[in-house]
Ligand binder design. Structure first.
Ligand SMILES: C[S@@+](CC[C@H](N)C(=O)[O-])C[C@H]1O[C@@H](n2cnc3c(N)ncnc32)[C@H](O)[C@@H]1O
Length: 194
């Protein structure tokens, strides 16, 4: 894999982490604020520093799994959380992870994957979700032609990808993006459709 564990670990160690907001993003906070059931099993894949996990803890959620292939951000998160209950911090490849979740929170993980892994991402999310489980979060949809992440897709591409395994509840322009991301991301809710 081109962008493997070493690639991501090095980005964190070298502090080349332009995606890292340093806090939970407005769209993810707004998604979390709408969830009433604090018992939901929530997975944050490709979570990096996972500031949204801290927000979930703050809001009383107690079944959170944070997953990343790179160790560095997970060590940082552990240090910030200092043995907080209700959260599992797992270093693993998303595609090898096993579990069963009600909700997957997506933010800048899909776009970290080369396009050849997109279908696998959809299938893996489907496998990891319980019946009626959802993916919620944000996806980039701006033009990019570089050989480095992020690898955004278009709304049409997202529709084609997700509709094979999910009901598309929401795939709209995000109106509450962080300033640098305004007009560049879609807010999503995809419900597992088996
Ligand atoms: C662009 S960063 C986004 C991090 C975080 N979601 C955020 O918004 O700050 C992409 C993250 O995905 C992780 N990642 C990349 N490939 C992965 C994989 N196959 N399994 C798990 N994590 C992966 C990277 O280590 C990195 O932390």
């Amino acid at each position: 894999m081109k962008h493997d564990q070493n690639y991501w670990q090095k980005r964190y160690v070298d502090h080349i982490t332009g995606w890292d907001l340093g806090r939970a993003s407005k769209p993810l906070k707004s998604i979390v604020d709408k969830i009433e059931n604090k018992e939901l099993h929530i997975l944050i894949p490709g979570a990096g520093n996972a500031y949204e996990a801290e927000y979930l803890i703050e809001k009383g959620f107690s079944n959170i799994t944070v997953l990343d292939i790179a160790l560095q951000p997970l060590l940082q998160l552990k240090e910030r959380l200092k043995n907080t209950d209700g959260i599992a911090i797992v270093q693993n490849d998303f595609f090898k992870h096993e579990g069963s979740y009600d909700l997957i929170l997506e933010q800048t993980f899909f776009c970290a994957l080369e396009s050849r892994f997109r279908e696998s991402y959809i299938n893996k999310c489907h496998e990891l979700l319980k019946k009626n489980g959802c993916i919620e979060g944000v996806l980039f949809d701006f033009e990019s032609k570089t050989n480095e992440p992020p690898y955004p897709a278009t709304k049409k591409e997202y529709t084609n990808l997700f509709q094979k395994k999910f009901d598309i509840i929401n795939l709209d322009r995000c109106l509450i993006s962080e300033e640098a991301r305004q007009g560049k991301e879609l807010i999503i809710k995809m419900k597992k459709n088996d």
